[in-house]
Design a binder for this molecule. Structure first.
Ligand SMILES: Cc1cc2nc3c(=O)[nH]c(=O)nc-3n(C[C@H](O)[C@H](O)[C@H](O)COP(=O)(O)OP(=O)(O)OC[C@H]3O[C@@H](n4cnc5c(N)ncnc54)[C@H](O)[C@@H]3O)c2cc1C
Length: 322
C-alpha cells in the first residue's frame, strides 16, 4: 500500500493549492480527483465569466493573466491545468474516493482504483456535484436540467429558467440572445442581489422591455412534456414549454462528510465542524478546505477567500511533525 503524509480529496482550485503547498513543504502527498483537473470548472457553462478578477483567483501568487479583468472559464482551465503540469503535482484523475477509515492513528483511503495509507486527509470536495432539487412532479423528465452548458442548444425553443442568482441570470440572458423564448421563474420578489453588478441592470432592462418574461414570488408546481404550471403573484398559470433549466444552486455531499465522521451543525446550514485557525475538523488529522466549509451556505466561501486554507493546513501539519 502506498503511504503519504497527506492525501487531498478533490482536484479543484483549492485541492490543487493544497497539493502545491504540500509539495513546497517537502511532504509526501497525493491529490485524488474523480474527474478531470478542476472538474467543477470544467462543467461550468462554456461562456462563463468569473465575478472575481483574475489576480483574486491566483494560487501561490502565480500570475493569472486574462484578456479581461474578470477571466472566462477557458482561461481558468488553462491557468489551473498549467499549475498542475508545470509543477508536476502528484494527482490521480478519474479516481473517486469512496471511504476513509481511521486505523492506528492513520487513515486508510479507499478509492475506485486503489487503497492508500496517510497520516492526514484534506477534504476539498466542493459543492458542485449535487443540485438543490425543486421536488415537483416532472423534475425527472429528460427536458429538465440542473446544469447549463451552451445557449446554442436552446435556440428557437421555449425555455423556462428557474432561479434568480448568477447561474440562472447568465443562462437566461445568453439563451435569449441566441433566440430562445425565455421565461424566468423567480421565488422571491426580485432578481437576486448578488447577481454580478454589470449583469443585473441588463436582465432588469430585458424584463422591463418584455424581451424576457419574469414571474416573481413564483414556484413551479408541475412540469409536463409540453407545458408547466407556475404559481405566482399572477395566480396559477400554465405556459407552453420545451426545456427547463432548474438553476437553484448546489450543495455539498453531506452523506460523504458524515461517513468520514465530520460533525454537521444541527440547523439548516449543516455547517461542518472545524477549527478556523487550523482548518482541522472534529477528527484529528482530517482537514476541510475550500467551499465545502460553508455547508448549505454555498455563497460564503469561494476561491478568493478560501485559497488561504492551503497554507493554513500545511503549516499545521508541519507543526505536528515537528
Ligand atoms: C457558476 C459558478 C461561478 C463561480 N464564480 C466564482 C468567482 O468568480 N470567484 C470565486 O472565487 N469563486 C467562484 N465560484 C465558487 C468557486 O469558484 C467554486 O465553487 C470553486 O470551484 C471552489 O473550489 P474548490 O476547490 O473548493 O471546489 P471544487 O472546484 O468544486 O472542487 C472539488 C473537486 O472535488 C472533486 N470530488 C468531489 N468528490 C470527490 C470524491 N469523493 N473523490 C474524488 N474527487 C472528488 C470534484 O470532482 C471537484 O473537482 C463560482 C462557482 C460557480 C458554481
Amino acid at each position: 500500500m502506498q503511504r503519504f503524509d497527506v492525501i487531498i480529496i478533490g482536484g479543484g482550485p483549492i485541492g490543487i493549492a493544497c497539493g502545491l503547498e504540500a509539495k513546497k513543504a517537502g511532504l509526501s502527498y497525493l491529490i485524488i480527483e474523480k474527474g478531470p483537473i478542476v472538474n467543477s470548472l470544467f462543467n461550468y457553462p462554456i461562456n462563463m465569466q468569473f465575478f472575481s478578477s483574475s489576480e483574486k483567483l491566483e494560487i501561490d501568487e502565480i500570475p493569472f493573466i486574462s484578456k479581461e479583468a474578470k477571466p472566462k472559464r477557458n482561461e481558468a482551465l488553462e491557468y489551473y491545468r498549467r499549475i498542475v503540469t508545470s509543477n508536476k503535482l502528484a494527482v490521480h484523475l478519474f479516481e473517486e474516493v469512496k471511504r476513509v477509515e481511521q486505523r492506528d492513528n492513520k487513515f486508510i483511503v479507499e478509492t475506485t482504483k486503489s487503497t492508500y495509507e496517510t497520516s492526514n486527509v484534506i477534504v476539498a470536495t466542493g459543492f458542485y456535484d449535487l443540485p438543490n432539487k425543486i421536488n415537483v412532479p416532472g423534475e425527472d423528465l429528460a427536458k429538465v436540467s440542473h446544469y447549463y452548458k451552451d445557449p446554442h442548444f436552446y435556440a428557437s425553443q421555449k425555455l423556462a429558467v428557474i432561479g434568480a442568482s448568477n447561474s440562472a441570470i447568465d443562462a437566461a440572458l445568453e439563451c435569449y440572445r441566441k433566440g430562445a423564448e425565455v421565461t424566468l421563474i423567480i421565488r422571491g420578489p426580485e432578481v437576486g442581489k448578488r447577481v454580478k453588478y454589470w449583469v443585473r441592470p441588463d436582465i432588469i432592462n430585458r424584463i422591463e422591455e418584455g424581451s424576457i418574461k419574469a414571474y416573481y414570488d413564483a414556484t413551479v408546481n408541475e412540469i409536463r412534456e409540453n407545458n408547466l404550471d407556475i404559481n405566482s403573484s399572477e395566480g396559477l398559470v400554465t405556459i407552453p414549454n420545451d426545456f427547463v433549466l432548474a438553476l437553484t444552486g448546489y450543495m455539498p455531499n453531506f452523506e460523504f462528510l458524515k461517513r468520514l465522521g465530520i460533525q454537521l451543525s444541527s440547523d439548516e446550514k449543516l455547517l461542518p465542524t472545524y477549527n478556523p485557525d487550523t482548518m482541522e475538523s472534529n477528527i484529528e488529522g482530517l482537514y476541510l478546505a475550500g467551499v465545502i466549509c460553508g455547508g448549505m451556505e454555498t455563497h460564503k466561501w469561494f476561491i478568493e477567500n478560501s485559497r488561504i486554507h492551503a497554507p493554513t493546513i500545511i503549516k499545521h501539519i508541519l507543526s505536528k511533525k515537528v
